[in-house]
Design a protein around this ligand. Structure first.
Ligand SMILES: Cc1ncc(COP(=O)(O)O)c(C=O)c1O
Length: 448
C-alpha cells in the first residue's frame, strides 16, 4: 500500500480481474439495480489520489468518489480524528443533546461562510438533506412557497430536492408529481446558449426568462421563497455560471425579497480554490449548502445561514443522525487540511491541469469545450465543433477507455467528462491524467 502513490496507475490483471468479477456477480444479486456503475471498479483500498482494486490494480483517481475524498483517500489526519472521536462516543444525537465537535464545526463554518454573520448551521447527512433543510428554511423564513431552480440542475433525489433537479430524465421519470411551486429557468451555459455570444447576453437571457416569463405567466415574485443555484453545475456537466449572471441573480432576488440558496454540495469546500465557488463572483448568498468534500468521505450535509434567517424554533426541523460526532471530527480535520494548503493546491494544480485540458482541445477535435475552476474541470465532447453535436457515445467510451488505462473519471451531463480528483493531487499526477486522457481520446475518436 505504501508504494501505491508512487506507482499509480499500475495494472496487473485484465479488467475486471477475477476477484472483482466475483464481487460484481454477488452485488448484482443483492444491491439495488438503480445505481449507475460506469465501469467495473471494485475498491479494496485508497491512499491519496490512488485507489487499489481487489485484484491489486492501482488506479489514478480523478473522481474522489464523486468529489468527496477532498483530502485524498484515508488521509492520516482525518483517520486519526475519526478514531479518536469513535473511541469517545459514536452517537448521541446532536438534535437532542449537546457535544463539542458539532459546536466547533458550527464555529468553523461560520468563520468561512460566504456571507456576513453571525451564522447558524443545520446538520444533516447528505447533500439532499442539506438542500431539503435549505428549502424548508427558505419557506419558513419568508412565509412563501415558490422555489426556482435551473435546467440542468442536480440538487438531490429526495422529493423536495428532486422536484428541483432537472438533469437527467431517468432521475425524475416515474416519481412525479413533484412538489407544487417548483419552477425552472435556463442556466447560463455560455458554450451552448442560443443567444449567448457573451456572458452578458447569456446572463441577460436566462434572468430575463425569470422576470419576463416566470414572473409574468406562472408565479408572482412575492410568492417565491428562494432561488436555488449551483454556481458551477456539477452533475449537469461542470458548467460554470458567468460571474455576471450570479451577480445579477443576486440583485434580482434581493429586489423581490427572495432568498438566494447556493448549492455548493459539489463545488464547495475548497475544490475551486476558494471555500465556495460563489466567492469567485463576489456574491453573498442567503443560505449555502454543502456535503460531499466537507468530511472527506464521512456522511455529513450542512446548511449555513445568517442567524437572522435561521431563526426557526425548536422542533421545526431536525435529524437523528445529522451532525454525527465522528463526521464532525472528520470535517474539522478536513477544514484544517484545506486551510493549511490543500485549497491552494486545488488552485495551482487545478490551473496546471486546466492548461493540460486546453492542450487536449488543440489536439483532439472531439473536445469541444474545456472549463471549470480549480480541481473541478469538465471537458465536453462534440462530434462537430461547428454544430456542437453531442458526442454522448464517444464520451461513454472515453470514460471506459480511461478505466482500462488506469485512470478513473466520471461522465457529467449528456456528453462531458468531469475531473474532480482529491485536492492532494500533485502536478505529476495531473500530467499523468492528461497523458492518459490524450491516449484514450485518440483511441475513441472515430476514424475519418
Ligand atoms: C450540487 C449537488 N447538490 C446535491 C447533491 C446531492 O447530494 P447527495 O447525493 O449527497 O444527496 C449532489 C450530488 O451529486 C450535487 O452534486
Amino acid at each position: 500500500m505504501s508504494t501505491m502513490a508512487t506507482t499509480v496507475p499500475h495494472l496487473k490483471t485484465s479488467l475486471p480481474g477475477p476477484k472483482a468479477k466475483a464481487l460484481i456477480e454477488r452485488d448484482a444479486r443483492v444491491v439495488s439495480p438503480s445505481y449507475t456503475r460506469e465501469y467495473p471498479l471494485v475498491v479494496a483500498r485508497g491512499e491519496g489520489a490512488a485507489v487499489e482494486d481487489v485484484d491489486g490494480n492501482v488506479f489514478l483517481d480523478c473522481t474522489a468518489g464523486i468529489a468527496v475524498a477532498a483530502t485524498g483517500h484515508s488521509h492520516p489526519d482525518v483517520v486519526r480524528a475519526i478514531v479518536e472521536q469513535a473511541r469517545k462516543f459514536l452517537h448521541m444525537s446532536g438534535t437532542d443533546f449537546y457535544y463539542e465537535p458539532q459546536v466547533r464545526l458550527g464555529e468553523e463554518l461560520s468563520a468561512i461562510a460566504p456571507m456576513p454573520g453571525p451564522h447558524r448551521s443545520f446538520f444533516g447527512n447528505s447533500g439532499t438533506e442539506a438542500n431539503e433543510a435549505a428549502l424548508k428554511l427558505a419557506k419558513y423564513a419568508t412565509k412563501r412557497h415558490g422555489i426556482i431552480a435551473f435546467f440542468g440542475a442536480f440538487h438531490g433525489r429526495s422529493m423536495g430536492s428532486l422536484s428541483l433537479t432537472a438533469s437527467k430524465l431517468t432521475q425524475r421519470k416515474g416519481f412525479g408529481p413533484f412538489v407544487p411551486g417548483s419552477y425552472h429557468a435556463p442556466y447560463p451555459d455560455c458554450y451552448r446558449c442560443p443567444v449567448g455570444s457573451t456572458p452578458e447576453t447569456c446572463a441577460a437571457e436566462c434572468l430575463g426568462f425569470i422576470e419576463q416569463q416566470l414572473f409574468v405567466h406562472l408565479v408572482s415574485p412575492d410568492e417565491v421563497a428562494a432561488v436555488m443555484v449551483e454556481p458551477i453545475q456539477g452533475e449537469g456537466g461542470y458548467v460554470v455560471a458567468p460571474d455576471v449572471f450570479l451577480r445579477r441573480l443576486r440583485e434580482l432576488t434581493a429586489r423581490y425579497g427572495i432568498l438566494l440558496i447556493a448549492d455548493e454540495v459539489q463545488s464547495g469546500m475548497g475544490r475551486t480554490g476558494r471555500w465556495y465557488a460563489i466567492e469567485h463572483a463576489g456574491v453573498e448568498p442567503d443560505i449555502v449548502t454543502m456535503a460531499k468534500g466537507i468530511a472527506s468521505g464521512m456522511p455529513l450535509g450542512v446548511a449555513t445561514a445568517p442567524s437572522s434567517v435561521m431563526a426557526w424554533p425548536p422542533g421545526t426541523h431536525a435529524s437523528t443522525f445529522g451532525g454525527n460526532p465522528v463526521s464532525c471530527a472528520a470535517a474539522l480535520a478536513t477544514i484544517r487540511l484545506l486551510r493549511d494548503g490543500l485549497m491552494r493546491n486545488a488552485e495551482t494544480v487545478g490551473a496546471h491541469m486546466m492548461a493540460g485540458a486546453k492542450a487536449l482541445m488543440e489536439r483532439h477535435p472531439l473536445c469541444g469545450d474545456g472549463r471549470g475552476r480549480g480541481l473541478m474541470i469538465g471537458i465536453e465532447l462534440v462530434r462537430d465543433r461547428a454544430t456542437k453535436e453531442r458526442a454522448t457515445s464517444e464520451r461513454d467510451a472515453l470514460v471506459k477507455e480511461c478505466f482500462t488505462r488506469g485512470l478513473l473519471v466520471l461522465g457529467a451531463g449528456r456528453n462531458a467528462i468531469r475531473l474532480s480528483p482529491p485536492l492532494v493531487l500533485t502536478r505529476e499526477q495531473a500530467n499523468t491524467a492528461i497523458e492518459i486522457l490524450d491516449q484514450a481520446l485518440a483511441a475513441v475518436t472515430p476514424r475519418a
